[in-house]
Design a protein around this ligand. Structure first.
Ligand SMILES: [Zn+2]
Length: 361
């Protein structure tokens, strides 16, 4: 399945015709993409100002992307919560505007597996809204229903800095954080998890502390996702998941979406500027596959949120990943699982649980 990683030369061979053809034929989903804020109305323009816009997705053979309303952590108080909520709803409105046809590109905002699959079948790009930072719901889990009503499919419990829901992997003393404020999830955070399960919102544990992540796995009726994280054994960064966390993901059926953030992929080599490439990225996929299996790992870029690799600079270059996965010996079904199949399985599970509890929407 995998021929282990060779020494990386830093040179990227051009993708083979086989890789190009496979990449175009697959359903390819990037599970974490930021949008510029304030909005510039340029989603349908092929602009150097964005690593992901809709023309680049089309050109690069991408099928779907989760676009996040990212809310920076600020003070945990009523004023901060009101601002965060208002900005989050405004950002979700902008993401909902990323549909229709312009400049030869057609996109559709999708918020169910059925809608995403229909868009793909029609040859239309699927835009999937999401929320990064539970801070945006403040201290009122009822706000989560407003996010879901605007199509959101996951909420990242925290960003960098603790919020009212949970402790983050990275604490912010400047915001008054202790190393731990809650010891993982707060009572409010547990209530939020129950609401998210009922609404069909996936619980995203990227940015969460280890305790928060393990408690969320146990508390959630739906397997959790890490929408943009890497492997701690390969790169000791607090944002990454260690072996115990990977094992918990496996036991619960969850998925880690490896991300294109050099600081999470490769330890710093002395004073040299850090750079990483798709070979380093696929080392993390290989590790997860060997430890917990093909069905628990996927792909995210964190483009326009800090992510970029030497040979995966923007949404036009995803084929380089497909080519590296082929080189490592993965077959078509395995590559399809990484490029969206596993993430779509979780979306389907979230929908099934929401339907059972009968309160979706
Ligand atoms: Zn993030």
């Amino acid at each position: 399945m995998t021929s282990s990683s060779q020494a990386h030369t830093g040179q990227t061979p051009a993708p083979s015709a086989e890789a190009e053809a496979l990449h175009r034929a697959l359903f390819t989903l990037d599970s974490h993409i930021d949008i510029p804020w304030p909005d510039r109305g340029d989603a349908f323009e092929d602009t150097d100002a964005r690593r992901v816009d809709l023309p680049k997705m089309k050109k690069g053979g991408m099928s779907a992307g989760c676009f996040v309303a990212y809310i920076a952590q600020a003070k945990v108080d009523a004023e901060g919560h009101a601002q965060a909520q208002a900005q989050c709803l405004a950002m979700l409105d902008v993401i909902n505007g990323m549909q229709g046809s312009q400049n030869g590109v057609t996109a559709r905002v999708c918020s169910t597996v059925t809608e995403i699959e229909a868009a793909h079948k029609a040859g239309v790009l699927a835009v999937i809204p999401a929320v990064e930072n539970g801070y945006a719901m403040g201290d009122d889990p009822a706000v989560l229903a407003q996010f879901r009503a605007k199509g959101a499919r996951y909420v990242t419990l925290t960003h960098n800095g603790h919020n009212a829901l949970a402790d983050a992997a990275v604490h912010r003393p400047s915001l008054g954080d202790k190393p731990e404020n809650h010891g993982g999830l707060s009572a409010l955070g547990r209530e939020a998890v129950r609401h998210m399960n009922r609404l069909g919102l996936l619980i995203d544990v990227s940015h969460a502390s280890k305790k928060t992540m393990l408690q969320a796995v146990a508390a959630s009726a739906v397997p959790v996702v890490a929408s943009h994280s890497c492997v701690r054994t390969l790169c000791d960064h607090p944002r990454n998941l260690d072996d115990e966390q990977l094992d918990a993901l496996k036991a619960s059926g969850g998925v880690i979406q490896i991300t294109a953030m050099p600081a999470f992929l490769k330890p710093r080599d002395g004073e040299a500027p850090r750079s990483a490439g798709v070979a380093d990225f696929v080392d993390h996929i290989d590790y997860v596959v060997r430890r917990i299996g093909v069905e628990h790992v996927g792909i995210s870029s964190d483009f326009d949120g800090g992510g970029a690799l030497a040979d995966w600079q923007n949404a036009t270059q995803g084929v380089n990943l497909t080519a590296e996965l082929l080189r490592r010996g993965y077959d078509r079904s395995e590559i399809a699982a990484f490029w969206g199949g596993n993430f779509m399985r979780l979306l389907g599970q979230a929908e099934a649980v929401a339907e059972q509890t009968g309160t979706i929407g």
